[in-house]
Write a protein that binds this ligand. Sequence first.
Ligand code: NAD
Length: 251
Amino acid sequence: MPDRIDLDGRVAVITGAAGDLGRAAANLLAARGARIVAIDRREADLKAAVEALPASAGALAVAADVTREDEVKDYVRAAIDRFGKIDVFFNNAGIEGDVKKITDYPIESFRRVLEVNVVGVFLGLKHVLPVMLKRDNGSIINTASIAGLIGSADIAVYSASKHAVIGLTKSAALECSGTGVRVNCVCPGLIESRMLSSIMDGRNEKIGERIPARRLGKPAEVASIVAFLASDEANYVSGSSYTVDGGRTAS
Ligand SMILES: NC(=O)c1ccc[n+]([C@@H]2O[C@H](COP(=O)([O-])OP(=O)(O)OC[C@H]3O[C@@H](n4cnc5c(N)ncnc54)[C@H](O)[C@@H]3O)[C@@H](O)[C@H]2O)c1
């Protein structure tokens, strides 16, 4: 069966593009024909990620902190200056924060997690939506998590921040009523990645046994859903939260 996901000529802005999920999405969207604007605050890793993309992606790297509104405005402007439009926005940068019980959780870390995972996602929506609404076209994919659907001991703040991302997603989708702009989110489960290793560090859990698929997911498997939601194949999909978790939250 031919692959129907076609992003030829689309312009995709990706935050957290130096990370595991951001890199996988950039690779797949570029392979499907998109041009890429890659955003991250880690400049050297961002440069390396962009250099790994095919020349057809015409990739632009913009170092920015998603929690700073001036820097968010700058990356949106940089995308428009280079490509004239934004078709796809993978609003994906996030941090795990500390892995501690609420009773031990430092307030500074609590605030930082909300700042990156909620304020960063909000600012991306705030400044990308007008660009898309002007053309009456676009697809936004926020990265939530299965931690946004269920409780998660020891990462309560992360879980709260991802519940907030789902709320932002649904509300933004409603605010785009009657337009050609769609807003969805992906809820990855346990994905082979730096972030998962950091969360599981020191924990002696056989996590595979709790996943019906009996294995961790791969960043490329999250990217597949991002590519689908980015494409016209998902034209009737908005306000949705797509779990990519091997069945982990099925019960
Ligand atoms: N890895 C998983 O298992 C998993 C599961 C569910 C959800 N997620 C979510 O997926 C997203 C990507 O995670 P990942 O696994 O690729 O993690 P990662 O740490 O590899 O990548 C996250 C990237 O975001 C960047 N970033 C963090 N704060 C930033 C800021 N203020 N400004 C700009 N960039 C910033 C980091 O530099 C990093 O490159 C996150 O939102 C994460 O919460 C990951």
